[in-house]
Design a protein around this ligand. Sequence first.
Ligand code: MD6
Ligand code: FE
Length: 196
Amino acid sequence: MRYLPEFLDRSAQEQVLRDLREAVAQAPLFNPVMPRTGKPFSVRMTNLGPLGWFSDRAGYRYQASHPATGLPWPAIPDSILAVWNGISNYPHPPEACLVNFYGSDAKMGLHQDRDEEDLEAPVVSISLGDTALFRVGGTVRGGKTQSLKLASGDVLILEGPTRLAFHGIDRVINGTSTLLKDGGRINLTLRRVRKP
Ligand code: MD6
Ligand code: FE
């Protein structure tokens, strides 16, 4: 795992935010639900890029269009692609950028990112807004974990042996950033889905 604190400075974060606002106007945040149970996630989501990650009662999958509008996901803006190009060491562009929005009570349970066919490529995560308490463990559920605070502008990369590490968000710490006027946190994860 590579942790790059403050990889994006304030003006770069603001540029990403402007680009995200434009994208979300076209591809609104939606509330995904868990497979089988239909229990809603506490985060709201949308996607950018040729493929988007999606969850409903039928399961987790990648799909090319927004579940509500039926339109293709907006393109991944250059401000976000630049992060992948700068640090991924991977010779192909990402196909999916999952946008997760956390309100003050949102969290994300421990999970592995394993719905991608190409597990050779890294997953690159960008955090914006309020600081989150991130938990990461090994590749076996139930093992030892450690905690890390992810602040606005921080980038985290799961690659190589950590690509399938269990990880999640225990909580968001209110009032720790002024980037988002109404508070909350945005996390972007850039992934390669198919083998090139
Ligand atoms: C989050 N992050 O930071 C959730 N996944 O809100 C992830 O689920 C994640 O940070 C893969 C790689 C890095 C991550
Ligand atoms: Fe993840």
